[in-house]
Design a protein around this ligand. Structure first.
Ligand SMILES: [Zn+2]
Length: 292
């Protein structure tokens, strides 16, 4: 009897000390969520930069000589797919030291809480993004905020550190720089870093969403968000930019580019950030016309 008890205790200790597993949060339901969350095989974009997201929501993994960095976590139900994608590439998610968030909406920050519990990584975003990330609830300043509604809520993220505009998050040999690009949300951040391969180093830009999308009744003109978005588009257009990535793969033409992988690296395009900024301004112009 004592032997069996000892065996049970040993087994319990082994289970408790075994590798941590992802404990996902409840899935978020939305019209486009199932499409966005279709699985997608991970792939290398360039050098230290890998795509580990779902088919419709980006997550980017950056490899350093001393740990990994993850950008964005998709929906709550994306976390398990991201975890599996990272492992499929031969990386260990427990080596993630920092999780960076573009903006505090359910489709990019929804999976971050579960990924943070798994990795115990620090989460970084802007000062203005803190309140929403740490409560999981949209603030009144968010264009998509609906009064007295849980719409858009996502699992709260416990440990978030604010990064100042122009400051860096450093993991091993990789410095990722924060650029505040408010407009789509007040706390939107674009992130930049360098990726080197075959003796060539390129500037990678993870440009945050610049889309004028809102709940009913919100005015981009009256709130000042339109002015901020024009400034942010200018900042993105001015960044050193060889490779453009963004929270929605559609915005950097991921699917088209994957079709053209045999023609060199289609992700390298030094005009991509300028085009991205121009199309954001076109969208905003249409939106402001509709508001008038
Ligand atoms: Zn958003």
């Amino acid at each position: 009897m004592i032997r069996i008890n000892l065996l049970l205790v040993t087994l319990l200790i082994l289970t408790a000390c075994g590798p941590r597993q992802l404990e996902p949060d409840a899935p978020y339901a939305c019209d486009r969520c199932n499409d966005w969350n279709e699985p997608r095989a991970p792939f290398r974009i360039h050098g230290n930069t890998w795509y580990v997201g779902t088919d419709g929501l980006s997550s980017i993994l950056i490899e350093s000589d001393d740990g990994l960095i993850l950008l964005d976590g998709g929906l709550p139900q994306s976390a398990a797919l991201i975890d599996a994608n990272i492992r499929a590439l031969g990386f260990d998610p427990l080596d993630i030291k920092a999780i960076l968030v573009s903006h505090a909406h359910f489709d990019h920050a929804g999976g971050v809480a579960a990924l943070q519990r798994l990795t115990r990584a620090n989460v970084f975003s802007s000062e203005a993004g803190m309140a929403t990330l740490t409560t999981g609830r949209l603030g009144e300043d968010d264009p998509q905020y609906v009064a007295d509604s849980d719409d858009g809520s996502f699992p709260a993220i416990r440990n978030v550190t604010a990064v100042g505009d122009g400051e860096f998050v450093t993991v091993g040999s990789v410095d990722v720089r924060a650029h505040y690009t408010p407009g789509h949300t007040a706390g939107s951040v674009s992130w930049t870093w360098e990726s080197c391969a075959l003796n060539t180093c390129l500037d990678v830009v993870y440009a945050d969403s610049l889309t004028a999308v809102s709940a009913q009744g919100y005015s981009f003109a009256a709130s000042g968000a339109a002015t901020r978005m024009v400034e942010s588009a200018g900042r993105i257009a001015d960044l050193p930019c060889d490779i453009l990535l963004s929270p929605h793969p559609f915005f950097f033409g991921m699917h088209d580019k994957l079709e053209r992988r045999d023609e060199g690296n289609p992700f390298v395009n030094s005009l991509a950030c300028t085009f991205y900024a121009e199309s954001a301004l076109d969208w905003l112009e249409q939106r402001l016309d509709a508001e008038r």
